[in-house]
Ligand binder design. Structure first.
Ligand code: NCD
Length: 336
């Protein structure tokens, strides 16, 4: 994974504000901190009896999920509704895509309905970028997970969960365990942790589940989980992404669990108070023991709750970036 200056330019306005949210690649500490602070301000909205703010009132947000999702799709929907937007959930399995309509044609039709934002999940890496390149000016594209490439809102809700408990990133040792190779979540988390200044990002996995560029991304590699658990402040477990595995990369699930599953015994090797995280869906007894997933160090359900506030932050920031950019362009063309 190389730094992609093109997507960097695509997702930011001339003055460095978000207008799409496609990747964390190229985004600096200030912008990421701004997203976390904005999300923090939305947490209180979720605790009110009336959980709405009018920031996207009158706007239309389309959830366009070409891949299955439970948490991401429902928290994007709730986030848009809490911002007072009108929300359209397009069920791709019953849409005209299954009648042979191309992605571009589906989008043209949705744009004709005056949509303001598309939240896109797709099995092809780069699909949200492709859409952002061709979409009508003023329409924001938010990446809800593309192939193995990126899942930037997931990484930001993880960062918010870590910051709530550990207060800052300096000095933190964080491990990501399991199927790093197929995980868009891991790639975005590594970007975020690097940008926010974590002391160490450790990946713990068998060699068959590690991408070849992992050290170049700034990670320390550990093949032995018993060694790898030492001095950890946060451990992030990942699901085995079997839907993206081409061949047999693992001996057996039982063997994987024995070597890389997070049991209470292995967790006891980390620092006291080490946070246990997982983006979900969890596979109990495959990558994590039930007693750990449900235990006192687990913040897995807090991650889900934080997903709403982070998605509210990203959607409202991208929409205001689009609005400000349009008014700047209008002023510039008026001045000519
Ligand atoms: C992840 C995803 O879809 O990338 N889940 C999520 O968004 N919460 C991880 C996974 O599917 O294992």
């Amino acid at each position: 994974m190389t730094h992609d200056p093109y997507s960097h330019a695509l997702q930011l306005t001339a003055d460095g504000q978000l207008r799409h949210f496609l990747t964390l690649d190229g985004l600096g500490k200030d912008l990421l901190t701004d997203i976390l602070d904005t999300a923090d301000s939305f947490i209180e909205v979720g605790e009110r009896t009336i959980k709405n703010v009018p920031l996207l009132r009158g706007r239309t947000v389309v959830n366009l999920f070409f891949e299955s999702s439970t948490r991401t799709r429902s928290t994007f929907e709730l986030a848009a509704k809490r911002l007072s937007a009108d929300v359209l959930n397009l069920d791709i399995s019953t849409s005209a895509t299954s009648k042979g309509e191309s992605l571009s044609d589906t989008l043209l039709n949705l744009e004709a309905m005056a949509s303001d934002m598309f939240v896109v999940r797709h099995s092809q890496s780069g699909a949200p970028h492709f859409i952002a390149e061709s979409v009508t000016p003023g329409v924001a594209i938010i990446n809800a997970g593309d192939g193995r490439h990126a899942h930037p809102t997931q990484a930001m809700l993880d960062m918010l969960t870590i910051r709530q408990r550990k207060h800052n990133f300096e000095g933190l040792k964080v491990a990501i365990v399991g199927d790093i190779l197929h995980s868009r979540v891991a790639r975005s988390q590594i970007r975020a942790l690097n940008a926010l200044g974590a002391a160490e990002i450790r990946v713990i996995a068998p060699a068959t589940l590690l991408p070849s560029d992992i050290e170049a991304l700034g990670c320390r590699v550990e093949y032995n989980m018993v060694e790898g658990m030492r001095d950890l402040d946060v451990v992030i477990m990942l699901r085995l992404q079997r839907e993206r595995m081409a061949g047999a990369l693992l001996p057996s699930e039982r063997e994987f669990y024995r070597l890389y599953g997070l049991s209470q015994d292995k967790l006891a090797l980390a620092n006291p108070g080490c946070l246990v995280m997982h983006p979900g869906p969890i596979n109990r007894g495959v990558e994590i023991e039930s007693a750990v997933a449900d235990g006192p160090q687990s913040v897995i359900l807090n991650q889900v709750t934080n997903g709403i506030a982070v998605r509210m932050a990203v959607m409202s920031m991208a929409m205001s970036g689009q609005v400000e950019e349009r008014s700047r362009l209008r002023q510039e063309s008026g001045a000519l």
